[in-house]
Design a protein around this ligand. Structure first.
Ligand code: 5GP
Length: 191
């Protein structure tokens, strides 16, 4: 998606010796809602014929993108929680996820009542790096007996193994910007 690639070139900041792309000025801290809207429209163009009944993302950065996308699909949006709060009182589906940005392992959960066998679930997230977050979401959908229609990702760091791992499981992954390489000297190179 040219719009997103151009924005990454203009406002993205490369950190940690080329390992991390900061997009906090438009994607996951300060939010450009018009850009989110174009992203949601594009995910609908890609997955609109798949009979999607639910959208699932992971807190926190995925929620805004998933909500805007959900308006195009006209389906409920669920986000996997990273901690068990008093608000969760029903049975839950869980998965363990290793955080790329924090380097810790945490459990994500979704109340069982929100994902039913027969649901066709589109996964949405801002980044795909090692695939741990997406893998956790896939496990949760499968534990619920629902079907994964595919994953809509804003930025895939294609030099990390996540995309290959998830596609290798037979899951359709559509990434709007795929980064082949990046470095502080040369900037971002897209696939
Ligand atoms: P994975 O689980 O695929 O290794 O990483 C995906 C998650 O890590 C995303 O939900 C995203 O929040 C975060 N992430 C991974 N790489 C980056 C990055 O380069 N920049 C930012 N801002 N977040 C990242």
């Amino acid at each position: 998606m040219k719009l997103l690639e151009d924005r990454i070139r203009k406002d993205g900041k490369i950190r940690n010796g080329g390992a991390v792309l900061k997009v906090g000025s438009f994607l996951n801290h300060q939010i450009d809602v018009k850009l989110y809207n174009e992203i949601g429209k594009e995910f609908f163009r890609l997955f609109g014929d798949e009979g999607v009944t639910k959208i699932l993302t992971i807190e926190a950065s995925g929620i805004g993108i998933a909500c805007i996308t959900g308006q195009y699909f006209d389906v409920p949006v669920i986000f996997a929680k990273k901690s068990k709060t008093k608000n969760i009182d029903g049975d839950v589906c869980t998965a363990k996820v290793e955080s790329f940005t924090h380097g810790t392992v945490y459990t994500i959960m979704v109340e069982k009542e929100f994902l039913q066998p027969g649901d066709r679930v589109l996964l949405i997230d801002d980044f795909l790096a090692n695939g741990a977050a997406l893998n956790g979401l896939i496990q949760i959908v499968r534990e619920a007996g629902a079907a994964v229609v595919g994953a809509g990702i804003c930025v895939e760091k294609a030099f990390q193994p996540g995309g290959e791992i998830i596609r290798g499981q037979g899951v359709r992954v559509e990434s709007l910007a795929r980064i082949k390489s990046m470095s502080e000297e040369d900037g971002v190179v897209f696939c």
